[in-house]
Design a binder for this molecule. Sequence first.
Ligand SMILES: O=C1O[C@H](COP(=O)(O)O)[C@@H](O)[C@H](O)[C@H]1O
Length: 239
Amino acid sequence: MKTPEHTLLPGVAFCAWNDSETLARDLAGQVADRLRQSIETRGGALMVVSGGQTPVDFFRVLSGQALPWEKVTILPSDERWVPADSDQRNSRLIRRNLLQGAAASSRLIDLVETDDQSPEQSAERASDRLYPLHWPADVVVLGMGEDGHTASLFPDAPELAFALSADAPSVVVTTPPSQSTVRLTLSARVLSGAALTALLIRGEGKRVALEEAVSAPLAIGPMPVRYFFQQPLRVVWSP
Ligand SMILES: O=C1O[C@H](COP(=O)(O)O)[C@@H](O)[C@H](O)[C@H]1O
């Protein structure tokens, strides 16, 4: 560990690691413990994980954890509206890095299905698939961009206020002008309240962005990640 864990804001803990591998081992251990507890108490576990490049080491370590993976349901926090075989698909990254070995027996629910005709149809159908799941999720592992977006809750998305509202469906289409593709995102409502919520970030740029986010935690719009500072959150960082 590089720094002892300390509190950034009430309920928001921060821990910096020397390297991504050590961070991944620690976080994977905590996540696996939480999933195990849920499986023991209610027979299954629900985990939401971010896409992007940051969680790859974490996914590989987590996939090696001894768990009854067939009882674990996994959801991407968000998705890009791109063809199923595109490298930009978060679900593809999760399949390739997390659903490996024993973890291949877990169930991954895609936000986009091949016969969906539009992002809006994907969001509606995915919301229906998510409805019968056991909410809140047991574990949510979020990522963050240097602009303060998390999942596909982008500062410039016209749909941001709706996606953050209590009335939002489980899955919302977002169209941030800053991005090259239309996005689908779990709404803040369904990303909230997990027994363990972690924010996994790497690199100096994201550390600076985190400092900025923490400096004005109530102004959510300019940095949507701030929404998750209102609940217990464990922020983990490595270079
Ligand atoms: O667009 C996205 O960005 C964030 C961060 O991605 P990273 O590649 O910088 O780790 C990610 O958490 C989100 O799921 C993804 O769709």
